[in-house]
Design a protein around this ligand. Structure first.
Ligand code: FES
Ligand code: FE
Length: 428
């Protein structure tokens, strides 16, 4: 990005150091930039909506948001197709669906009772003849449909941009790693225990960049958890991979050992998985099970640890607030008692009241708090760690794996990649 490229009222050079080593504090508090993000990032990028296992039958739906735009995601009655619609009535804007999820034949708006099919068509208008005569053309008043909805290994994504590249293209090399995480067992994955939702008073980019691979915070922010023996002490041995388009992954090789009170069958299960993996990709690749943490630009993150897998979306709710949606993901063919153990470990560590989740949320809110004043929003955050130490992942680890990778775990290369992509999308 040229330093003099415009980003709303700013020049790129004001907001970002040319080498990516510093980011202006205003990008986390500026209302104007926040509105621009809604337009240039959330109305353009592929965004994660939910898991296919949440829509098991025709007529099944759930509600969520794309950026701040509320959407209904469903499997339509006619063909069983995955679709998404703006959750706002074509009459005068009320949300036509007010619940989190369910199965339905149609959506009746609570304001004046216009009714819409699962294909988005306006199919019912109370007293139509008496109040509209022949003047209302129903065919022009369907729900606004999200033009692009696709799924990848059970993950449903959508984009408001009719000209967006295919999902596969958008994922790029990240698709390879998502597949490593999601296709370990035959039969695919599913979410269990429903979607956990809570709010944190923080700008959405702070958790996105944290999950991109901020290992530096672990011994400090999560120090108590380490001291209690809840997870192993972090070493600097691991990888941070950038796969392009602002997506990235970071991991301690072989995964953090989180918690001890799990059935030993689970360790046996992971060991078996690693062995199968090594047979497929070579001995060095074994340490890529589990994958680690990662962020798919802009606001989808995952956590693939030695004990559980979680997906989360950091939905923006104003410049200084997010609504977190979090899923516990398991392999469908896992034995039931292992699924239960996984769910328990997820809840204890990263559920809404999870030890590590609480550690992170508390610190993130303090970051946002310190940005509220006139002085606090001046100056820049530092992202210089590990600058210039990246090389192709395949060279670094002797794997066939794509992307670019550092020789150390503690680096801010992933965050730099995140903001580089951010600046590219935000420029005028
Ligand atoms: Fe939906 Fe009037 S706003 S029927
Ligand atoms: Fe953390």
């Amino acid at each position: 990005i040229a330093a003099d490229a415009g980003i709303g009222p700013y020049r790129a050079g004001e907001l970002f150091a040319a080498d990516g080593s510093a980011v202006d504090r205003r990008i986390f508090v500026d209302e104007h930039l926040y509105r621009l993000e809604q337009e240039r990032i959330f109305a353009r990028c592929w965004l994660y909506l939910g898991h296919e296992s949440e829509l098991p039958v025709r007529g099944a739906f759930f509600t969520t948001t794309m950026g701040e735009d509320p959407v209904i995601v469903l499997r339509d009655k006619a063909e069983g197709r995955l679709r998404a619609f703006l959750n706002s009535c074509s009459h005068r804007g009320a949300k036509v669906c007010r619940v989190d999820s369910g199965v339905t034949g149609a959506f009746r708006c609570p304001y004046h009772s216009w009714t819409f099919s699962t294909e988005g068509q306006l199919v019912g208008v109370p007293r139509q003849d008496a109040v509209y005569g022949s003047t209302l053309d129903r065919s022009r008043h369907g729900l606004r449909e999200v033009p692009k909805v696709e799924s990848f290994s059970g993950m449903i994504f959508a984009s408001w941009d009719p000209a967006a590249p295919s999902l596969r293209e958008y994922l790029g090399d990240m698709a390879f790693y998502l597949e490593l995480m999601l296709t370990r067992m035959d039969g695919g994955t599913e979410q269990i225990g429903g979607v956990h939702k809570w709010t944190i008073d923080v700008n959405w980019k702070i958790p996105s960049e944290n999950f991109a691979g901020d290992h530096y915070h672990v011994p400090s922010t999560h120090g108590a958890g380490v001291e209690m023996g809840y997870r192993s002490q972090l070493t600097n041995h691991g990888y941070c991979i950038q796969t392009g388009n602002g997506h990235s992954i970071g991991s301690e090789r072989g995964g953090a050992q989180q918690g001890t009170a799990v059935p030993t069958e689970y360790d046996a299960f992971m060991a078996r998985m690693r062995a199968e993996f090594a047979a497929r990709y070579g001995q060095d690749a074994e340490a890529f099970v589990p994958i680690g943490v990662g962020t798919l630009f802009p606001n989808f993150s995952f956590l693939d640890s030695a004990r559980f897998r979680s997906f989360r979306v950091w939905h923006p709710r104003g410049v200084d607030k997010i609504e977190v949606h979090s899923w516990c993901i398991v392999d469908k063919s896992m034995p039931a008692e292992l699924k239960a153990a996984v769910r328990q470990r997820y809840s204890l560590a990263f559920g809404p009241g999870g030890i590590f989740e609480q550690d992170d949320g508390d610190i993130w809110q303090s970051v946002q708090d310190a940005l509220r004043g006139h002085i606090g929003r001046q100056g820049r955050f530092n992202y210089q760690m590990g600058l210039g130490r990246e090389a192709p992942t395949s060279e670094r680890y002797g794997t066939p794996f794509p992307g670019s990778c550092s020789d150390i775990l503690m680096t801010e290369a992933n965050q730099r990649a995140f903001y580089r992509h951010y600046a590219k999308l935000m420029q005028d």
